[in-house]
Design a protein around this ligand. Structure first.
Ligand code: COA
Length: 361
């Protein structure tokens, strides 16, 4: 008898040097470094070079200069995007904007230099989309700045504080890759057909958009707003569960303990002294307690999205920009996986179990 496995749990589809998730112990290794150490010590540029080198199987000298130059190039492409940035949803805007690029702009061959060009486009396009939503003109990139600082400056229209830049950098590094996530698998499937890097990124953004994957941080902030006060957390959580809804930012397909990225982002958000941090801790404690009682056999703890919401709100981003900001970072991980998949030269083509009618014999 054929037994299908629609969630593909436990199916190993690739050998990868890009990252590793230990869901039982709550460890994440990114190209040889613990996420905790990388988030504290690396710039996004350094982390990008690291994952791209892992994916390419060859050293990548430096991403700092090329990323700044790539943001400047992306700025020149803005006029070509037409109404792509008019989408009300930021993920749709980023997906459509990247789809407007030509292979010559970024990503034809999917080598590290092409990947860096696509990575440069992310913050420029998302910041321009965000400002357009607010009725403001876009702000040109400053290639001399770091990726995190320039992204904040292009979005906010002012010099960000050092604390905000540090927090944004820690966020971008923390979410740069996460093994075989749904969007990464999507990118790898597209790459396996011999398609181009931009197509893989566009497909991956579509996968990341869903609330079960990268679409949760905006709703987490909505939840914190709805709870309002720490003492109301338990009552609110019970009401949500009674209505048959899931608690956003809680649970994970792979982790059986708290997502290590939640701790990294909680720590990174602390210097920003956001009022929401205390509220978030109270809501997490209430949700963990109640979900433990409801599902004693299925550990459901905070995932990366929980403190993403607090951190990105505290640096001044509107909640609609949270998921596209996740994508800006993950473009690096997807690129690394695309290169790695290409090196296998193997088409991904699984099987299905037919349950429909068959013609009469
Ligand atoms: N709130 C309430 N119940 C939850 C839950 C949550 N956040 N996450 C899982 N559950 C419940 C499921 O409803 C299921 O209950 P059932 O057995 O009565 O049907 C049970 O726990 C087991 O869930 P499971 O199917 O094993 O989870 P999954 O591996 O398919 O899902 C997520 C993982 C991330 C999709 C899921 O935890 C979720 O939807 N979380 C909220 C969205 C979110 O934060 N997404 C960002 C992920 S990084």
């Amino acid at each position: 008898m054929t037994i299908s496995n629609p969630g593909l749990e436990g199916v190993v589809v690739a050998d990868t040097a890009v990252s590793d998730v230990d869901g039982e112990r709550g460890h994440l290794v990114i190209a040889g470094a613990d996420v905790e150490q990388l988030a504290r010590t690396a710039t996004f540029e350094e982390a990008s070079a690291r994952v791209l080198a892992a994916g390419a199987g060859a050293p990548v000298a430096s991403a700092a200069g090329p990323l700044g130059a790539a943001r400047a190039d992306a700025w020149e492409l803005l006029p070509r995007l037409g109404d792509a940035l008019d989408h009300p949803d930021g993920m749709d805007a980023l997906r459509t904007a990247l789809a407007h690029l030509r292979p010559a702009d970024a990503g034809a061959t999917g080598d590290p230099s092409n990947a860096l060009r696509a990575l440069g486009a992310g913050p420029v396009f998302v910041a321009a989309w965000s400002r357009r939503r607010a009725g403001q003109p876009p702000i040109a990139p400053d290639p001399s700045l770091g990726h995190a600082a320039d992204y904040l400056r292009m979005t906010l229209g002012r010099e960000p504080t050092a604390a905000a830049v540090a927090a944004m950098n820690a966020y971008l590094v923390t979410v740069i890759d996460h093994a075989m996530s749904a969007s990464t698998f999507t990118a790898r499937v597209i790459a396996s057909t011999g398609s181009d890097l931009l197509s893989a990124m566009v497909g991956a953004i579509g996968a990341l958009k869903g609330p079960l994957h990268g679409g949760a941080p905006g709703p987490v902030l909505d939840m914190l707003d709805a709870v309002g006060r720490p003492e109301d957390a338990e009552r609110w959580i019970l009401g949500e569960l009674a209505a048959g809804r899931r608690i956003m930012g809680m649970g994970h397909r792979v982790y059986r303990v708290r997502d290590p990225r939640a701790a990294v982002l909680e720590e990174a958000a602390r210097p920003l002294s956001s009022e929401r941090l205390e509220l978030a801790r109270a809501v997490e404690a209430a949700a963990s307690k109640i979900l433990r009682e409801r599902k004693p056999d299925r550990p459901l703890a905070a995932n990366v999205e929980f403190y993403t919401a607090v951190l990105l709100d505290a640096v001044g981003l509107p909640r609609e920009q949270f998921s596209p900001t996740f994508a800006i970072s993950r473009l690096a991980g997807w690129s690394a996986h695309v290169m790695e998949q290409r090196r296998t030269g193997r088409l991904v083509r699984p099987s299905s179990h037919y349950i429909g009618p068959r013609p009469a014999a």
